[in-house]
Design a binder for this molecule. Structure first.
Ligand code: FRU
Length: 543
């Protein structure tokens, strides 16, 4: 810990709170104490006289609930002035170190998910800028580095070589004069259409929403060092459509290269649905069309049906995951179906990767898991990466989502049984009831059961009602309508459960919250159900 040059001066004559400190950056991190007893107050950073960053934070004047940090690597040797408009006593507690406060227990904290991505500190929501480049999968995400609740949107950043293990990097995009950094996507500009490339190196271009108090506008930032640092485009914003829509809700650009016409396509959520824009250079965009009935975080991509490259359909979805199938000519999406739903629960704002090598060809998705972790200095998580496919089902072509094959290395088979009664299955599972993480795959056959399924410590993980044909409260008709068999692949982490039904044709996720006082472990329920198969896997840690 290094001592700070500290002057707790009132910021204004009214006697209101506030003060500032100046310090020369000699270590990697600045650590800040946070207390939820405090109101949020503005903190501004100035580097060598120039404004740098302005955020709000609940700086703890006394005891901290937890600590957050800012990576200052880029400011090494420079003098930074930090002004705070709230209770100034916390300023004296800010300290520099090459370690973040709590580093010793990082990723081993009691309620830290062990095989889902979470951030070191603060709040996360939507995955952003999912792109594969130079052997790395980038996961940018909505991040509030200064608190475990939503605020101060930055783009957090992590990279992975296998989509299983992640390395966290400094935040990639910070709020600026246009606003905070809302959701968006990333592309690799191989043809240098935007002119950002240098020395034959293609730029990684992030297309994001800057959310100001009055308008949400679309902006570009580019990186020539594999996403480690970004330069914001001087001509920002590239789209400002507030007046056209008479709405502030214009956000979350998803961009991809449309090869048949040789142009960029940008799908943007505007007021009541998704608009499509096109561009030759990522900078000038032309409005083309609009599909109503979606909200936030658009996606649009093409998939083969049952793996047949001769039979493809386009999928459009919004943040909730309801989707439509249709055709797309580079300018207009024409739905050929009403809405379908393939996933529900905690997942929201899922995005798919761009630039996956053609030889791989998968459409890989990561969603925001709206899951909290009691008592932890971080909030939210990413759902397991899944592969999206279109499959012909008894009801027609539908979207399916299954955990990617790379995750298999995390699972070690522990036991497998066939043809059990619920009581027998419960006895088999007794020894696993205390596991903090586990994967269970089971096929059950329903018969005369209005409430059938599996619970853990009183919480329903699978609940099928054969009378109303609902699965955890949502209508779901099993694939085999005569046998009424249901297969559930259940991924239990410390604070969440993700369940994939019938090979991913339907999936849902939830917080893992045992009933108070109930430590009955796993319980199959249901009069005369058969547990046709039951497999249990140990799960490794990604940290
Ligand atoms: C979806 C969303 C986006 C927005 C972002 C802000 O969860 O509301 O529409 O860009 O979160 O954090």
């Amino acid at each position: 810990m290094t001592l700070l040059l500290c002057s707790l001066l009132p910021l204004c004559a009214s006697g209101a709170q506030g003060g500032n400190i100046s310090l020369k950056i000699t270590k990697q991190y600045l650590n800040f104490p946070v207390s939820h007893q405090q109101e949020r107050s503005r903190m501004t950073f100035e580097t060598e006289g120039a404004p740098d960053l302005s955020v709000v934070i609940r700086l703890a004047p006394e005891e901290a609930d937890y600590w957050v940090f800012r990576d200052m690597s880029a400011f090494e040797g420079k003098t930074v002035r930090i002004a705070y408009e709230g209770d100034p006593r916390g300023l004296a507690k800010i300290y520099q170190s090459d370690r973040i406060a709590g580093q010793d227990s990082l990723y081993r904290e009691k309620n830290r998910p062990q095989f889902h991505f979470t951030t070191r500190r603060g709040w996360i929501n939507d995955p952003n800028g999912l792109v594969f480049h130079n052997g790395e999968y980038h996961l940018f995400y909505q991040h509030n580095p200064y608190e475990r609740d939503w605020q101060n949107m930055h783009w957090g950043h992590a990279v992975s070589e296998d989509l299983v293990h992640w390395k966290e990097l400094p935040d990639a995009l910070c709020p600026d004069s246009l606003g905070t950094m809302y959701s968006g996507s990333a592309v690799i500009d191989y043809a240098n259409t935007a002119g950002f490339n240098r020395d034959g190196k293609p730029a990684l271009v992030a297309i994001y929403t800057a959310a100001g108090p009055e308008r949400q506008v679309q902006c570009l930032a580019y990186s020539l060092d594999d996403g480690r640092t970004f330069t914001k485009y001087a001509g920002n914003p590239v789209i400002d459509s507030r007046d056209k829509w008479n709405s502030k809700d214009t956000r979350d650009p998803k961009v991809f290269w449309y090869a048949p016409a040789g142009h960029w396509v940008l799908v943007l959520n505007e007021r009541d649905g998704h608009s499509i824009y096109t561009s030759a250079d990522l900078k000038k965009w032309t409005y083309e069309s609009h599909v109503t009935g979606f909200w936030e975080c658009p996606e649009l991509f093409e998939l083969p049906v049952d793996g047949n490259p001769e039979n493809k359909k386009w999928v459009m979805y919004g943040a909730s995951g309801t989707y439509m199938l249709g055709s797309f000519d580079g300018r207009v999406f024409r739905p050929e179906s009403g809405k379908y739903c393939y996933t529900t629960g905690s997942i929201y704002a899922a995005q798919t990767y761009t630039n996956i090598p053609a030889a791989d060809g998968r459409r890989i998705q990561i969603g925001w898991g709206r899951i909290s972790h009691p008592g932890m200095p971080f909030n939210g998580m990413m759902t397991l990466p899944t592969e999206l496919t279109l499959r012909t089902t008894k009801d027609g072509v539908r979207l399916a989502s299954t955990p990617i094959a790379e995750l298999d290395r995390l699972f070690r088979p522990l036991a497998e049984w066939r043809g059990l009664t619920p009581d027998e299955a419960n006895r088999k599972l007794e020894e696993f009831g205390k596991a903090d993480r586990l994967r269970i795959r089971t096929t059950i056959e329903l018969s005369h059961a209005t409430d059938a399924g599996l619970s853990l410590d009183g919480q329903s993980i699978v609940a099928y009602d054969l009378n109303h044909n609902t699965l955890n409260g949502r209508f779901y008709s099993p694939q085999d309508p005569t046998s009424m068999r249901l297969t559930a692949d259940i991924y239990l982490d410390r604070t969440s459960a993700e369940v994939f039904i019938d090979g991913g044709l339907y999936s849902y996720s939830m917080e893992r919250r045992p009933q108070t006082g109930n430590n009955g472990g796993f319980r199959f329920r249901g009069n005369r159900i058969k547990v046709c198969s039951l497999e249990v896997f140990a799960v490794g840690s990604i940290w």
